[in-house]
Design a protein around this ligand. Structure first.
Ligand code: NAP
Length: 322
């Protein structure tokens, strides 16, 4: 019997590729950058399953191009704001993602950005590489303490809560959060306090974004939000670039409205080389690497391929977004 046809939009970890090649009639896009839209729509034609990254726009056109035999879209990420889930549902196509296994790695990335921004680590590294370091400087490179500060977490879900544990348990921070629903367990374990978004902005020394990008959260960090924040606040975003309005963030960092930022996500990704955000010494940026550890990416591959196989068989997915 012929194997189900699958397209994978980028090369993933080797263990995942081995399994894909064993279980499916698979084509894997090998380039370092995603396929163009036209090529993508051509490649998915006749597929029973597609393994997607957040760079692919999965909409009516995508689903139409794939054809009626398409059974499952398996996203290699927890976030799926690039997928029109309703359009897939209407056609009876399952949509899977990879929650949980990337929680620790992404929370660690948020903390790495926070501590690196607070201690001006990247600026210091560049200072040395540019030959500027002449001697120990009593007034040079002065940053922020973390111990005992107030951290505001927007979206106390899996990653938000794990980040909160590090802040509370390791650095004795006061945890504020805003979320759609209350989190009584976190309130108890972490003495976390649920507040309105505006109050969180006003009271927090550090603000870290961990909500998914949806209609409510898209652009929620705009000029008005940055204006409410403390002038020495540090803004961390490891969720999605579209949650902050990037020109407003640039303005806030340039004018001293806020102190610094650490981003694992930008809008767009990657930023163009003349984007002002790349000129700011108080903004450090990582290339969307929150989940980029070996064990995390292996675990994501396991779930994503399980989702593909189960969806093609018409069975419930291991992790379904609906
Ligand atoms: P999750 O457990 O679903 O947490 C998301 C949280 O956001 C939920 O608690 C939700 O609240 C909250 N939320 C939604 N809308 C909100 C709003 N308007 N205001 C405040 N909170 C709101 O998801 P997760 O696994 O922690 O992942 C979170 C996001 O991180 C993903 O969606 C993805 O975009 C991003 N991410 C990035 C990377 C990276 O590489 N940088 C890696 C993994 C994930 P309720 O619980 O009340 O619904």
């Amino acid at each position: 019997m012929s194997q189900p046809k699958v397209f994978v939009t980028r090369k993933i970890v080797q263990a995942g590729i081995d399994r894909l090649q064993n279980e499916f009639d698979v084509e894997i896009w090998e380039d370092a950058t995603p396929p163009s839209r036209d090529v993508l729509l051509e490649k998915i034609r006749g597929c029973h399953g597609v393994l997607t990254m957040l760079s692919e726009k999965v909409d009516e056109e995508f689903i139409e191009a794939a054809g009626d035999q398409l059974k499952v879209i398996s996203q290699y990420a927890v976030g799926y704001n690039n997928i029109d889930v309703e359009a897939a549902k209407k056609r009876g196509i399952a949509v899977g993602n990879t929650p949980g296994v990337l929680t620790n790695a992404t929370a660690d990335m948020a903390f790495a950005l926070l501590i690196a921004a607070a201690r001006r680590l990247i600026e210091g590294d560049q200072y040395i590489h540019n030959g500027k370091w002449k001697s120990w400087e009593p007034l040079g490179h002065i940053g922020w303490d973390l111990e005992g500060k107030t951290v505001g977490i927007v979206g106390l879900g899996r990653i938000g809560e794990t980040f909160a544990k590090r802040c509370y348990g390791g650095w004795g921070m006061k945890v504020l959060y805003s979320s759609r629903s209350p989190k009584p367990e976190a309130e108890q374990k972490l003495s976390a306090e649920r507040v309105e978004f505006e109050e969180l902005l006003e009271r927090s020394d550090f603000v870290s974004v961990h909500c998914d990008m949806n209609e409510e959260t898209k652009g929620m960090f705009n000029a008005a939000a940055f204006e409410r924040m403390k002038n020495d606040a540090i803004f961390i975003n490891t969720a999605r670039g579209g949650i902050h309005v990037q020109p407003d963030l640039v303005q806030a960092l340039k004018t001293g409205q806020i102190g610094a930022a650490g981003l694992d996500v930008t809008d767009p990704e990657p930023p163009s080389l003349n984007d002002e955000i790349l000129q700011l010494s108080n903004c450090l940026i990582a290339p969307h690497i929150g989940s980029a550890t070996t064990s995390t990416r292996n675990a994501m591959a396991e779930i994503a391929i399980d989702n593909l196989a189960l969806g093609i068989d018409g069975k419930p997915l291991r992790c379904s977004v609906t």
